[in-house]
Design a protein around this ligand. Structure first.
Ligand code: NDP
Length: 318
């Protein structure tokens, strides 16, 4: 079968492409800069790539950019979206590419009768940020939706971009009878296939470089589990709706404690950036992902070790 992966050079997408090739699919991979070796070299070297990987140039902000790629595909994995937590111009840098880009890809899918299912890489950002309190007893699940007003008030622009993009996507697919599933991962850790560091593993690099940690509690999940969940959501006919993915929600202080246990000789900080009570953790339900997709989550300790080992292999750290 022929499938398309948008934003194929990214951290999560590279693993999706690798697993799809391993499973015998023909993969049409979209990238913004096909001539930039840093973006494509790791993809063309994947097992099966010579025979079954085709690279296409496409940009989220170019109307019709995905038409010819999507045409003839059975499945579309839409992962491309800017991941940046600090921006100057949220509209141009995050909101437009996320929302207009998602609609752009979905419009191409609507034009192509070959497309039977779309898997959208959304985020827990589109789930958990609303006015409902989050305490250790609270369980966030797929019925939650983030509130754009809360994102705007707190200036959580990336969170807003993912919330608006997923909301626009559901509206569009419902109006156009497209079968879509959204994958809503928490912060993703694990080994990098791409040569350069991405945003979600940067906090781990900061910790092993000895920087004081932020006062935040986040969920974490392994990149290989996230990639697998995308493929299973596409392959399992009965899968539907949204899937939250998390191994556990922890405060950065606990993440530092795990890293200290794994790497006793490194100077992992035990100091928070601010002198305040720690933000509490909460729970995120994995029932649906386990039941429908059969996902078993890799222990966070393993993901963290593999993240740091991959930093070393790629000479991001010594
Ligand atoms: P990366 O930054 O590694 O990948 C993002 C991808 O989006 C890149 O391939 C990038 O292309 C592409 N992209 C950005 N802007 C454009 C554009 N204008 N046109 C075309 N492509 C564009 O991040 P991740 O792999 O972490 O993220 C992938 C997806 O997963 C995103 O949708 C993200 O929101 C979501 N996600 C990520 C989580 C995480 O913790 N990592 C958690 C939850 C969801 P280029 O390489 O050319 O810049």
């Amino acid at each position: 079968k022929v499938v398309c992966v948008t934003g194929a050079s990214g951290f999560i997408a590279s693993w999706i492409v690798k697993f799809l090739l391993q499973r015998g699919y023909t993969v049409r991979a979209t990238v913004r800069y096909p001539s930039n070796l840093k973006k494509v070299d790791h993809l063309v070297k994947l097992e099966g790539a010579k025979e079954r990987l085709q690279l296409f140039k496409a940009d989220l902000l170019e109307e019709g950019s995905f038409d010819s790629v999507v045409e003839g595909c059975h499945g579309v994995f839409h992962t491309a979206s800017p991941v940046r937590f600090v921006v100057n111009d949220p509209q141009a840098e995050l909101l437009d590419p996320a929302v207009k880009g998602t609609l752009n890809v979905l419009k191409s899918c609507a034009k192509s009768p070959s497309v039977k299912r779309v898997v959208l890489t959304s985020s827990i950002s589109a789930v958990a940020f609303n006015r409902r309190p989050k305490t250790p007893q609270v369980v966030v699940d797929e019925t939650w939706f983030s509130d754009p007003d809360v994102c705007r008030e707190l200036e959580l622009w990336y969170t807003l971009s993912k919330t608006l993009a997923e909301d626009a996507a559901w509206k569009f697919v419902n109006e156009n009878s497209i079968d879509m599933i959204s994958i809503n991962p928490t912060m993703v850790a694990g080994p990098l296939l791409q040569p350069e560091i991405n945003e979600s593993v940067e906090p781990i690099l900061n910790l092993i470089n000895g920087k004081p940690f932020p006062n935040k509690s986040f969920g974490w999940v392994d990149v290989k589990d996230v990639a697998n969940a995308h493929i299973l959501a596409y392959e399992i006919a009965s899968a539907s709706g949204r899937y939250c993915l998390v191994e556990r929600v922890i405060h950065y202080s606990e993440l530092a404690t795990i890293l200290r246990g794994l790497y006793p000789t490194l100077q992992i900080p035990d100091k928070c950036e601010v002198d305040e009570p720690y933000i509490p953790t909460y729970q995120i339900s994995t029932e649906k992902a386990k039941k429908d997709l059969g996902i078993e989550f890799t222990p966070l300790e393993v993901s963290l070790r593999e993240t740091v080992e991959s930093f070393r292999e790629k000479k991001i750290v010594n």
